[in-house]
Design a protein around this ligand. Structure first.
Ligand code: NAD
Length: 321
């Protein structure tokens, strides 16, 4: 029997297609625990070999370590540059936020050097809720358009946690200026609020990347890292769900991946991975979903456990009135 391959899905109006599972490289910056260079390179290789064509990073992850590791992993593939799609970000750094035109213009050159690339496919303003949205619209995005003209980036994106930042910006820039949005922790079993925004994004022709299907570790057997911003209640209910799955001989991460992958209006589900095993498990979750469908019974049971915290999130960024 043929092994099913990973689906490629169109990304808004960009003309490019992303693999339904995307490789989130923040763990390569050792933000979820230390990762060796050889494990990082092997994870990138296995991802590419199994059909993942989309890799996301940021100078912020591990204080530039993630970009450097991803760069080494991609170079080691030894394949043509147009066989993979790379996204990195600007405006958020280990030392703080700076969305000025001057800083983001310098930022792309620094990222290209660390990634050992001549261009990135998607360049995103990172966590814009921490900046002035007015500056993003009037200064940062126009600076990114110049980088597009210069051939250093192909597409422009914005990222962040509160969903209202996306409509705020997209309603204020000319159509076609922002190609992509990256939302995180809003299309997982415990929080699916991104769903309501999808029709709006479709009418704008904007591609949708949904990150953190495992809710940054909440929906794993191992649990979240120390810095995770969820409330103690959200953490403990997710832990109870993970234990329930384990006792039933099921894996909560597989269930969570399949939940996020089921919505085809999401171009790519970006999951953070730091080992060959995780890459294989997450790709298998997608290919098995295509053949067998979701485990509706376990999903309903887990949804019932998570009901008291459904759509509970946390504060991120500058408080706006
Ligand atoms: P995630 O929900 O993808 O969870 C990552 C954690 O789950 C890591 O600890 C990883 O080791 C673990 N994991 C992965 N596969 C597993 C499996 N099969 N079984 C058990 N554990 C597994 O969270 P994330 O990494 O924060 O998000 C994914 C990516 O999305 C990031 O790496 C980053 O590239 C991107 N992202 C961007 C933003 C932003 O732009 N603001 C925010 C969050 C995430």
């Amino acid at each position: 029997m043929d092994v099913p391959t990973l689906q490629l899905r169109p990304l808004g109006n960009t003309g490019i297609k992303l693999s339904s599972v995307g490789f989130g490289a923040s763990p390569l910056g050792s933000v979820f625990g230390s990762v060796s260079e050889s494990d990082a390179i092997a994870s990138v290789r296995q991802a590419f070999c199994l059909g993942i064509n989309f890799f996301d990073t940021s100078p912020y992850y591990g204080g530039t370590l993630s970009e450097k590791m991803l760069g080494k992993g991609l170079k080691a593939l030894g394949v043509a540059r147009n066989e993979y799609i790379v996204s990195t970000k600007c405006g958020r750094y280990g030392e703080g936020f700076d969305f000025s035109a001057e800083r983001v213009t310098k930022s792309i050159d620094e990222s290209l050097e660390r990634l050992q690339l001549d261009y990135v496919d998607i360049f995103q303003c990172h966590d814009i809720e921490f900046g002035s949205l007015d500056q993003i619209v009037k200064e940062t995005i126009p600076a990114l358009q110049k980088l597009k003209e210069a051939g250093k980036i192909r597409f422009i994106g914005i990222t962040g946690l509160p969903l209202e930042i996306f409509t705020h910006v997209l309603d204020r820039v000319p159509p076609g200026t922002v190609d992509v949005i990256l939302s995180y922790c809003h299309y997982s079993i415990n929080d699916s609020t991104l769903e309501d925004l999808l029709p709006y994004l479709k009418t704008k022709g904007v591609g949708v990347i949904s990150a953190s299907p495992l809710a940054m570790g909440l929906l794993t057997e191992f649990g979240p890292p120390e810095w995770h911003p969820a409330s103690p209640e959200l953490k403990s209910v997710c832990q109870a769900a993970a234990v329930y799955c384990k006792e039933k001989g099921k894996n909560i991460s597989k269930l969570a991946m399949q939940y996020s992958l089921s919505n085809k209006d999401i171009s790519s589900v970006l999951v953070g991975m730091n080992s060959v095993k995780q890459v294989e498990e997450n790709v298998a979750a997608a290919t098995k979903l295509a053949v067998l469908g979701k485990d509706e019974e376990t999903l309903a049971e887990v949804e019932a456990i998570l009901k008291p915290v459904k759509n509970q999130t946390w504060q991120s960024g500058i408080q706006r009135s």
